[in-house]
Ligand binder design. Structure first.
Ligand SMILES: Cc1cc2nc3c(=O)[nH]c(=O)nc-3n(C[C@H](O)[C@H](O)[C@H](O)COP(=O)(O)OP(=O)(O)OC[C@H]3O[C@@H](n4cnc5c(N)ncnc54)[C@H](O)[C@@H]3O)c2cc1C
Length: 321
């Protein structure tokens, strides 16, 4: 969800949200399972495909050269950096690494990142069934589970239903399996049926997934590589990067241009003060244990029951909590 302030005094103290009781949530979303909620009237949502095409067209109009389908295979740092791609080499005096979860391929950055998979499913189009439930608008909805559920109705009447759960990667080394759940969205389907029991017969037409770059404290971070003052990076968007990347872009632009302003001096700049994650194999094994406990705790708390002490302790070991 994206929230926005209408004035330039900031959000502190401003009242942009309103509590919702269970009846109103049921009436607006058609789902009977929530106890309570909050609505942010100023919030909106962004169509990611249109955003990508719009940014692409704007960059081209401003004279930016975009090389597509040309993965960088090797970076040779220096006063002039050389980037090797399958077909050729590109040179640049200043480099900005904005490659999301793939930055975990750089050992210096990997120690601050862990990668998890986010999974999404989409149902067939059936606007009448959603209308009948009272789910008529396209509001972006999410819950407060630690492995958050996020969902939305499309204008044509599909349900898009996502879950920040799934795989973790050993040494943050992930492959194509992160693009699609091997279980074809089975966990998401179970959650969809829990949240919308009356939609259990809708056909699931799509399922997909992708890697999420999580920093230990769940806050994005920007800086340059320790030994290379002309190679900048931004990472750690933790699965909610769409609203954060406009700010990330300003910070990275100011750093790359050597400007001294509110962006380059933002508190988000500086990796030295950030939490490092344990090394392997402790990180992977610990991550699996903690994530399993979080799933167990979510399931127990959804039933309004109290988790056992081991589950509580383990699930509270989430980095940065
Ligand atoms: C399933 C899923 C659902 C999500 N849902 C939401 C949501 O509802 N709301 C939200 O705010 N965020 C969501 N996110 C997160 C959001 O997509 C990211 O936080 C955001 O895209 C980060 O932007 P970015 O520019 O840092 O990275 P990206 O948009 O991922 O761009 C990084 C680019 O780097 C490229 N790249 C990587 N390695 C190389 C290389 N070696 N050479 C050249 N190029 C390379 C990649 O191909 C990619 O194009 C979701 C993510 C997933 C996977």
């Amino acid at each position: 969800m994206v929230t926005g302030c209408r004035d330039d005094r900031g959000c502190a103290g401003a009242d942009h949200s309103r509590p919702l009781d269970a009846d109103e949530i049921h009436r607006r979303t058609g789902s009977p399972v929530s106890y309570t909620g909050v609505i942010e009237a100023d919030a909106g949502s962004v169509h990611p495909g249109k955003l990508a095409v719009g940014l692409h067209n704007l960059a081209i109009a401003r004279g930016v050269i975009i090389h597509e389908n040309s993965p960088v295979l090797e970076i040779h740092p220096g006063t002039i950096c050389r980037l090797r791609t399958p077909a050729d080499e590109v040179t640049a005096p200043t480099l900005v690494l904005a490659a999301n979860a793939w930055l975990a391929g750089i050992p210096e950055l990997r120690q601050y990142l862990y990668i998890v998979q986010s999974q999404v499913i989409a149902t067939e189009e059936n606007p009448q069934r959603l209308d009948d439930l009272g789910w008529r608008d396209g509001a972006a909805i999410c819950d407060s589970q630690r492995q958050v559920l996020y969902y939305q109705r499309t204008p044509r009447g599909r349900v898009i239903f996502g879950h920040g759960s799934g795989l973790t990667a050993f040494r943050e080394n992930f492959g194509a399996e992160f693009n699609r759940s091997t279980k074809r969205g089975r966990d998401n389907i179970a959650e969809l049926h829990r949240v919308y029991p009356k939609l259990a017969d809708l056909t699931i037409t799509h399922d997909w997934a992708g890697p999420i770059d999580c920093s230990a404290d769940h806050v994005p971070v920007f800086d340059h590589l320790v030994k290379h003052p002309n190679i900048f990076f931004g990472m750690g968007f933790n699965g909610t990067g769409i609203a954060q990347t406009p700010i990330a872009g300003r910070i990275l632009a100011s750093l790359a241009l050597g400007s001294r302003d509110r962006w380059s001096e933002s508190g988000l700049v500086g990796i030295g003060k950030r939490l490092k994650l344990p090394s392997e194999p402790f990180r992977y094994l610990g991550g699996r244990l903690v994530r399993a406990a979080i799933r167990r705790r979510n399931a127990i708390e959804i039933r309004n029951e109290r988790p056992d002490p081991i589950t509580r302790v383990l699930s509270d070991m989430t980095p940065g909590r």
